[in-house]
Design a protein around this ligand. Structure first.
Ligand code: GLU
Length: 291
């Protein structure tokens, strides 16, 4: 009886040991060999020690294209020429430079149209990898997206027809109609500054400017840099009164992708160090950025 029990335990132990070994063996043989890093002329494939991985960067690399949400309605930053179909501006050049850094080719970029209202939902949905679209970094927006470091400094101002009695925000009182764009910081800011004025909201900046020219309002309000673009489009209009807010622009990135934020900030630093940033700034804004 005792003998039987002894042999039974020995058999059990051997079966158990065999199973364990089989388990280990199968694990070894089914683990796929690590894939080669993707071949690229850019440097997204490089794994730099100490840097966090980025889901967005991986996706861009796999697809071979960077998809950026940009404005189509904003001269100097992102404006589509209806004749050529080309979208051009400071933000567009920034997007191209980033595509060059990631993929080795500035043409490997898809420029998808966003408006002030649609940009955050499109980023959250995954329709775009990032936003480069005259977007102010605010605490409220930080709840929904992450931002790069500041890449452009603007401030809110007013555009009026030459000869207008409105010369600064203090003239925007009861009875004055101000035009602005939905989803922009400008609508909230003007309501705070001039609570008695009437604010009319439009889908995009070209619509708002067309409305101003049609006499539907007394002034158009948004960032000075955007208003300078409109002034170039029609010199009968002028920017007045200086700025009454700070609007630091950031590139918006899907919340939580800190690896991509770091990557974009390194890109901005390198662009500034090489002088390419200043060149691009001067090309669109007509002067060197303030130090
Ligand atoms: N910079 C402001 C904002 O982010 C106004 C320009 C815009 O609408 O994009 O809202």
């Amino acid at each position: 009886m005792l003998r039987k029990k002894f042999w039974f335990s020995i058999t059990l132990m051997m079966v158990f040991a065999a199973l364990m070994m089989a388990g280990c063996g199968s694990k070894e043989t089914t683990t796929p060999a690590p894939a080669d890093p993707p071949k690229t002329n850019g440097d997204a494939g490089k794994s730099e020690p100490g840097k966090t991985a980025s889901k967005t960067l991986e996706d861009i690399q796999k697809r071979g294209k960077l998809v950026v949400g940009v404005k189509y309605d904003t001269k100097l930053f992102g404006l589509k020429d209806p004749g050529t179909g080309k979208v051009e501006g400071f933000d567009i050049d920034m997007a191209k430079a980033l595509a060059k850094k990631i993929l080795g080719d500035e043409n490997k970029v898809e420029l998808k149209e966003v408006t002030s209202k649609t940009r955050i939902p499109l980023l959250k949905n995954g329709d775009i990898d990032m936003i480069i679209a005259t977007m102010t970094i605010t605490e409220e927006r930080k709840q929904e997206v992450d931002f790069s470091d500041v890449y452009f400094k603007a401030g809110q101002s007013l555009l009026v027809k030459k000869g207008s009695p409105i010369q600064s925000v203090t003239d925007v009182k009861k009875g004055v109609k101000v035009l602005a764009v939905k989803g922009s910081t400008s609508t909230d800011n003007i309501r705070k500054k001039s609570p008695d004025a009437t604010v009319l909201e439009f889908e995009n900046y070209q619509e708002a400017f067309t409305a101003l020219k049609a006499g539907q309002g007394d002034a158009l309000t948004t960032d000075n840099a955007i208003l300078y673009g409109m002034m170039k489009q029609d010199p009968n209009y002028q920017v007045v009164g200086g700025t009454f807010t700070d609007e630091p622009y950031g590139m918006a990135i899907r919340k939580g992708d800190t690896g991509f934020v770091t990557y974009v900030n390194d890109f901005l630093k390198a662009m500034k160090a090489s002088g390419e940033y200043d060149k691009t700034y001067e090309k669109w804004i007509g002067e060197k950025p303030a130090p």
